[in-house]
Design a protein. Sequence first.
Length: 419
Amino acid sequence: MNYDDIKRSVGECLQCIKSPCQLGCPLNNDIRGFNKLAKEEKYKEAYQLLSETTVIPSICGRVCPKSKQCEGSCVKGRIKDSHTVEIGKIEAFIGDMALKNNWTISSLPLKNKKVAVVGGGPSGLTCAAFLRRNGYDVTIYERHNYLGGLLYHGIPDFRLDKTLLGKVIDKILELGIDVKLNQSIGKNFSLGTLENEHDAVFLGFGANLSSKMNIPGEDLDGVYGGNELLETGNHPDYEGKVVVVSGCGNVAMDVARTIKRKNASKVYVIYRRSEKEAPALENEIREAKEEGVEFLFQNNILGIYGDKKVEKIEVINTELEKKDDDDRLSPVNIEGTNYYLNCDYVVMAIGSHPESNIVNSLGLELDKRGRILIDKEGHTSKEKVFAGGDVAGTISTVAFASRAGRDAAYAIMKYLESE
């Protein structure tokens, strides 16, 4: 967006008294406030206001599911022949201005309190930033040789420019945060070691193992996890091949579009429910269709077949039924509608879970899904240990992960100051 577009967009804000857009934002950003400041061309002040609740405006403004959050709550969008204020683009513009002009947020002098943050994704980066800004000595431990987590390896370049991401991360680190890369919990250090060497610990290392459907053939050569493909970038040769992606969330969209761009002849997305129930953003589905991805809604994969490697899948049609204990319509297989679809690869993108060998070794109480159990402030079953993000079952979006990190930071401050 250029200046003229920004001036037009902020001028469309109705300055609602109750600000439903702010309630729709997982980070609770003061949208009415920064829109008003931007309208007055007080962009630095708008950035300072944004910084009270977020450290990644350039990121969230681009990748957040805005139609389901802030913009989806915008009153103006409910007016006939009108449209929502482009909140995401305004937020990204303000964040970009801060990067361009090197606007900084001051930090309090260091206190004699040390906090370890495990994981350099959105929850870990946000937690570290808010702690350091409030005077705490923070060290991030990251298993990769880069920071960013899912921001780096979970979102393709065509959705998030990695040069921009690098600038955002650098700005966070400029607060005075120490970083130790290539350091894995359970391998290079233990949770106990961190507890002994720090006054508090935040675990935000994510949950990036792709879930399985538990159907025949998932162990065949040619079956991949969507999360792992995005994280490692180790794709097979898709040239002229037929690929099936199971699932219809944002990971499914990212991996399907990535594969189609790698010259697969056909990419099918198979989803048990209808397009209306799909968790992926409307624009993500639309853009995937425009790029040639084909969708088979209300279809369910029953099995994967082949002689050692994938050759075909068995699929069945579904119908949707309302069950008393579920807010969503549930898919039910329609008997006698089975058919086979020839393919070369199958990618599972139906969800993810943390590495069980890691979380089980921490000595923390886990929930029934194998995630770290936390209270409303992010406190785990160990006094000095807090957690947030995917590893603790936080809603899997960048903004919710960032919110979890911010909330944990304030909970850690409260804990340390009460000692």
